[in-house]
Ligand binder design. Structure first.
Ligand code: C5P
Length: 201
């Protein structure tokens, strides 16, 4: 039997951390779908055409060390606005979602487009300043030289592009449960997500 949990939301709202922890606690497979777009964006920066890059994507490409950089994040959001690129990545995501034993997928359009039939849909948000602060600390921790202002501007630009695009924009599914993590610890956010999931099992 397959059981799919769709976790969407803007950048740095906490969906990655929540998804990993929920997958571990419930023994489910986890796919960070942002990595598909980041790997496509990284190949684009290497000079490949975006559609060709998306079509040629292999599992090993998702392990590239540079996928978390701000430049790749921006390139990811640019290639993600191309409808053909999104189409090229649909089958892989749906096959992952339907695997035996269940799966957690996190991204922007999982509950709306990739898995509209998901058993659980969460839309994770946090205020702009909290998200920028979290991402700033993460980047500094990795040795990236940046400022809080630059991080905030980057997040806003990316969210605006992700929300405004015509194909699969960032938005909550009508039946998604919204989880605002602005004033929550990681433990509180995970606990709340687990409550929603248990109620659907
Ligand atoms: O989640 P992450 O920040 O790694 O995603 C990078 C970019 O990939 C996003 O800004 C968005 O443009 C794109 N993306 C998407 N649909 C998804 C996941 C990510 O368009 N399901």
């Amino acid at each position: 039997m397959s059981f799919t949990i769709a976790i969407d939301g803007p950048a740095a709202a906490g969906k990655g951390t929540i998804s990993k922890e929920v997958a571990r606690l419930f023994g489910l497979a986890h796919l960070d779908t942002g990595l598909l777009y980041r790997a496509t964006g990284a190949r684009r920066l290497d000079g490949m055409a975006p559609l060709e890059a998306a079509q040629a994507l292999r599992a090993e490409d998702l392990d590239r060390d540079d996928l978390r950089s701000p430049d790749v994040a921006r390139a990811a959001s640019e290639v993600a606005a191309i409808p053909e690129v999104r189409t090229a990545l649909v089958d892989f995501q749906r096959a992952f979602a339907r695997r035996q034993g269940g799966a957690v997928l996190d991204g922007r359009d999982i509950g709306t487009v990739i898995c509209p039939e998901a058993e659980v849909k969460l839309f994770v948000t946090a205020s702009d300043s909290i998200r920028a602060d979290r991402r700033y600390r993460e980047l500094i921790g990795k040795g990236v030289d940046t400022t809080p202002e630059a991080v905030l501007a980057d997040l806003r630009e990316r969210d605006a592009r992700d929300s405004a695009r015509a194909t699969a924009p960032l938005k909550p599914a009508a039946d998604a449960v919204e989880l605002d993590t602005s004033t929550m610890s990681i433990e509180e956010a995970v606990a709340r997500a687990c409550e929603v999931i248990r109620a659907a099992m």
